[in-house]
Design a protein around this ligand. Structure first.
Ligand code: MF3
Ligand code: CO
Ligand code: CO
Length: 302
């Protein structure tokens, strides 16, 4: 989703989000605490975050299973010479066949059922007559709505055999998502996720896109909170069990700057360098996290 400023943070001296009235550092900081009604109420009141219960989580998991199936289907059928619109047709038809709805279609005027972003395209590429060529990288981003619940996931695929640059940016983008996920546990904060991602990507000489961020998801396509893929440790909203959000780092091989094409959607790197992205829908659990779109992030890259 598009980054919007105006993020509230919980400081050590702020009121504890559990609603006790104590300072956060005197109360829940560093302590495991339960997904009780008070937290649910205060997270909604303070941040408009809707924590998910077990029935919600089961339903999002089912949508997530479909998201993985869609990505698997695209991967199996991807080949040089194919138009990106053929990917749209496959995703659209399989979504409908499965009793679901593609969330992108008509979302804020978006005209297709999936985003397909090639090479220098960062995100929100609109499927059309562009043809996949040997050596391209293609991010495919799907969001099915099943029984009213949303799951959001994407992967970057190689078209044919990748060159060294393609291999590098896809590897770094996938590692970035893993590094972000590894920070997800109760009492960590939103800033820890972005910090871990930025560290990893910049260490590899790559850059992190700022204008698009991860987001709460499940009841709607884009819910609070925003999850930036850069930032500082120990800052931002505290993670609590029942939060569901995406992590979806967009990593550029060159500079972080972007612009939007005349179609008003497609974001491209300003220096025309390659950009890659991986996205999963993540649940905060008592122990840490669980992916609700759990495709393998350790499989051989090609
Ligand atoms: N799936 C994208 C995300 O990860 C959003 C796409 S919005 C669309 O948040 F309208 F372009 F589909
Ligand atoms: Co998303
Ligand atoms: Co997405």
């Amino acid at each position: 989703m598009v980054f919007e400023t105006k993020q509230k943070k919980v400081g050590r001296n702020d009121p504890c989000p559990c609603g006790s009235g104590l300072k956060y550092k005197k109360c829940c900081l560093g302590r495991e605490y339960l997904n009780n009604d008070d937290i649910k109420k205060s997270y909604f009141k303070n941040y408009r975050i809707k924590l998910k219960g077990s029935a919600d989580i089961e339903a999002i998991k089912k949508a997530g299973r479909l998201a993985i199936d869609l990505l698997d289907m695209v991967e199996e059928n991807l080949r040089p010479g194919m138009q990106t619109d053929e990917i749209n047709t496959m995703v659209h038809n399989h979504t409908i066949r499965s009793g679901a709805t593609p969330a992108p279609l008509n979302y804020r005027g978006y005209p297709k059922s999936v985003c397909v972003s090639l090479n220098e395209e960062i995100c929100h590429g609109i499927p059309g007559d562009r043809v996949l060529r040997e050596g391209d990288i293609a991010n495919v981003d799907v969001t099915p709505i099943l029984n009213g619940y949303y799951a959001d996931a994407s992967k970057t695929f190689f078209v044919g055999k990748p060159g060294p640059d393609a291999l590098k940016i896809v590897r770094v983008a996938r590692e970035s998502l893993k590094a972000g996920m590894a920070m997800v546990k109760p009492a960590n904060r939103v800033g820890d996720i972005g910090w871990a991602i930025q560290n990893l990507a910049e260490e590899q000489g790559c850059s992190v896109v700022r204008e698009f961020v991860g987001h709460g998801v499940g009841f709607e396509f884009h819910e609070p909170p925003q999850i930036p893929h850069y930032g500082q440790k120990d800052r931002g909203i505290m993670l609590v069990p029942g939060m569901v959000f995406t992590i979806e780092p967009m990593i550029n091989l060159g500079k972080k700057e972007l612009h939007i094409l005349a179609d008003k959607w497609t974001a491209v790197t300003s220096d025309k360098s390659l950009s890659a992205q991986f996205e999963q829908t993540i649940l905060v659990t008592e122990e840490g996290f669980e992916s609700l779109t759990p495709y393998d992030l350790d499989a051989p890259l090609c």
